[in-house]
Design a protein around this ligand. Structure first.
Ligand code: 9UX
Length: 73
């Protein structure tokens, strides 16, 4: 079963940043089913497989791309 998480992304200065975060979450992290990042809202919405990837992993992927992730556990 998939899980869903919605969290704040910091440090995005232009709309293309949102695409960069989306790519960092979606294509490079095993267990991510779908990722959408809204630049205006400064939020990410991610559908994932909890058996394969944790919210901490998602935050790490965002940070590796050069942005911040604020995930409330
Ligand atoms: Mo915009 Mo972001 O020129 O990764 S793409 S600042």
């Amino acid at each position: 079963a998939t899980a869903h998480i919605d969290f704040a992304v910091t440090g995005m200065s232009c709309a293309n940043c949102a695409m960069n975060v989306e790519r960092a979450l979606g294509k490079k992290v095993p267990g991510v089913v779908d990722a959408a990042v809204n630049f205006a809202a400064e939020r990410a919405s991610v559908e994932f497989l909890p058996a394969m990837v944790t919210p901490d992993d998602l935050a790490a992927a965002v940070e590796k791309a050069g942005f911040g992730a604020l995930i409330q556990q």
